[in-house]
Design a protein around this ligand. Structure first.
Ligand code: UDP
Length: 376
């Protein structure tokens, strides 16, 4: 029997976490030859996530550092992915979200006439400069993909507003909820899986935990300095301990370490594997982040989030009262944090478990839709 090849392509930690449930769900379709290609856009973080979910890539292009600039990286990826498509001859590729890997794969597949399915399709901030360059990359995928797996009703509406045919759009929910559900079940069955965070939590026994993550490109430089300043001011409070898992990119890690390294109530830790990070989020009273994935996960864990950005393509958390957009001004961040930490009623209202990004079964729907597309 001829088994059509489905090539799943990604290159970063968040993509690996959100695509892992889809790859798992595709195991129920032996009639499909599912192959995983990683570009290695983020080396260490990607490997951490692949290990967590037991995913072994069939092809690893090892392209991290392939170019000093985004255009050079994109060019290297485009050529390498094109060559992989030539070798593997997939019937379809599947991409996720809005990374440089997504953009390169979508373009390479389009140029070789290979249809593209897009997971987490239709997120839009409406601002090409934030997140940059991601907003542009996902719009390109919106034009060139022929199957769009939208995480939310707003994403469906955004795609329809861009004239994507209704029949090509499927409302599936976000696979982040699946990933979280899978990992929470694994932690419940084997608590030691998340124990790497325990020494850090133990350091702040008796204090409330605040978690912070920063990585967005538009927050590099002056905005990062302002965020570090906000964390330093918050750390003057006696009642909290702030845990900051550092993105390994030195453009982020170095300024944060320089400003916060000497703060007694700040723990700067290397990027955590997903189970340890999930336990940290769950143990937190408040999360400060510019991450897309963390904005989606925190409401499902009932932890309020302050979003360190001026716009978000994930309005559902804000609308539900789980998240607040606070930008990068230190005074505004500190005031918003104090507004929750010092007001038990406000904190209680924000700290409610809300499944605003998916029911945890998006991957099963996506796998079924992919199987149906390959069968026609
Ligand atoms: N994450 C993790 N370890 C960490 C920090 C984050 O596993 O130390 C996870 C987090 O739970 C989420 C994903 O990484 O699923 C988010 O990645 P990132 O913030 O790098 O990217 P974004 O979601 O903004 O694209």
């Amino acid at each position: 029997m001829h088994r059509p090849c489905l090539l799943v392509v990604f290159g970063t930690r968040p993509e690996a976490i959100k695509m892992a449930p889809v790859i798992e769900a595709l195991r129920n379709y032996p009639q499909i030859d599912t192959r995983v290609l990683v570009t290695g856009q983020h080396r260490g973080l990607l490997e951490q996530a692949l290990r967590t979910f037991g995913i072994v890539a069939h092809v690893d292009l090892a392209l991290m550092g392939a170019g000093a600039t985004l255009d050079a990286q994109l060019a290297a990826m485009l050529v390498a992915i094109g060559a992989a498509l030539e070798r593997k001859r997939p019937a379809r590729v599947v991409v996720h979200g809005d990374t440089l890997t997504t953009l390169a794969t979508t373009l390479a597949a389009h140029l070789r006439g290979v249809p593209v399915a897009h997971v987490e399709a239709g997120l839009r901030s409406g601002d090409l400069s934030a997140p940059w360059p991601e907003e542009g990359s996902r719009r390109v995928a919106g034009v060139l993909a022929d199957l769009h797996f939208a995480p939310s009703a707003a994403a469906v509406a955004a795609l329809r507003a861009e004239n994507v045919p209704a029949a090509a759009i499927h409302l599936t929910g976000n696979t982040v909820a699946d990933a979280l559900r899978i990992i929470q079940a694994r932690i419940a069955a084997a608590p030691a899986l998340a124990d790497a965070i325990e020494p850090v939590l133990a350091r702040f026994t008796g204090r409330r935990i605040v978690t912070g993550t920063v990585h967005r490109r538009e927050n590099h430089g002056a905005a990062l300095e302002r965020i570090a300043e906000a964390i330093a001011r918050l750390a003057m409070r006696e009642d909290i301990g702030i845990v900051v898992p550092l993105h390994p990119n030195p453009v982020i890690a170095e300024p944060l370490s320089a400003r916060l390294g000497a703060c007694a109530r700040v723990a700067l830790v290397p990027a955590l594997d997903y189970p340890a990070f999930v336990r940290l989020m769950a143990a937190s009273t408040l999360i400060l982040t510019d991450s897309g994935g963390v904005q989606e996960e925190a409401p499902a864990l009932g932890v309020p989030v302050l979003v360190l950005r001026d716009v978000t393509e994930r309005p559902e958390g804000v609308a539900a009262g789980a998240a607040r957009l606070v930008g990068t001004d230190p005074a505004r961040i500190v005031a918003a944090a104090a507004g929750l930490l010092d007001d038990p009623a406000a904190l209680e209202a924000a700290a409610v478990v809300r499944h605003c990004y998916g029911d945890g079964h998006a991957a099963r729907r996506i796998a079924a839709l992919l199987a149906a597309a390959l069968a026609t």
